[in-house]
Design a protein around this ligand. Sequence first.
Ligand code: ADE
Ligand code: ZN
Length: 332
Amino acid sequence: MNNISIVEFIKQSPKAELHLHIEGTLEPEQMFSLAKRNNVQIPFKNIGEAKNAYNFSNLESFLKIYYEGAKVLLKEEDFFDLTWAYALKCKEDNIVHTEIFFDPQTHTNRGIDFDIVINGIYKALTKAEKEFGLSFKIIMCFLRHLNEQECFNILDQALAHKDKIFGVGLDSLEIGNPPKKFEKLFKKAAENNFITVAHAGEEGPPEYIWEALNLLNVKRIDHGVQCLKDEKLVEKLSKSQIPLTVCPLSNIKLGVFDKLNDHNLKKMLDKKLMVMVNSDDPAYFGGYLNQNLIETQAALNLSSEDIKTLLINSFKSSFLSEERKKVWINKI
Ligand code: ADE
Ligand code: ZN
């Protein structure tokens, strides 16, 4: 397969996306139109100025802008429109299954009802499922910079929406907020039959990945790229085949690696870790899923076999039924 056909292969193959924050799909154009519709002030004069501000030095500097941007989301129709726009990107990129994160506390702490947030997101995904067959799961993330009690409160609110929310995760500022801070919370979530995942080893040390596995009992690690610093951990991840939802363009934008050529995805593949590619917050990091795959393939000189493995892993690592996984994997 030459380079052009690898790009075509990436574009045409069915894909699953497993690490996507719906608030991170808020394109500057949509941010401006929602700010106008809702009469909300934003800290940018125009779209160009917003894009220029997307020049992050680390996770913390990104999160400040990301939480600021989310302030334009007020009504159910705003959450619907945001999610619908992402669903159309899925169609464009041949993403046939998506497992999206949402951060309710980003909104409830501004006085927005939990129901408004989840209903807008859920209605858009249900419409996409009906109209073009996009299957989905919704994962609610706790903001780890907040305290345990605030997170217990939001878990209580999520119980009324158990029919729509498949699992819980952990995001926001990693360093200084280790998984062990949320051990009791995740125990309660599991008792209520939510599957669990967590961001770990994005900027934080391998120790945080161990804690997510051992104390939060997660089924997947989000990011996990710091695992290569700990041989025992690599052995454990390789044996257990616990998925790591890697987000290459995000890692470059947030300074986890200097350049895409320095990314450790190829090393992870060579160590037989269960990795796949995801877009994280595509409106802020310069590209949706296909763009992530295409740029990473070129930068790391990934073979067509590597790409095939990444795409198959995206389904293997999903929360689809074994039967649906097989159907999609057979099409790759
Ligand atoms: N929230 C949105 N994107 C995130 C990321 N990459 N890491 C942690 N929290 C996030
Ligand atoms: Zn993330």
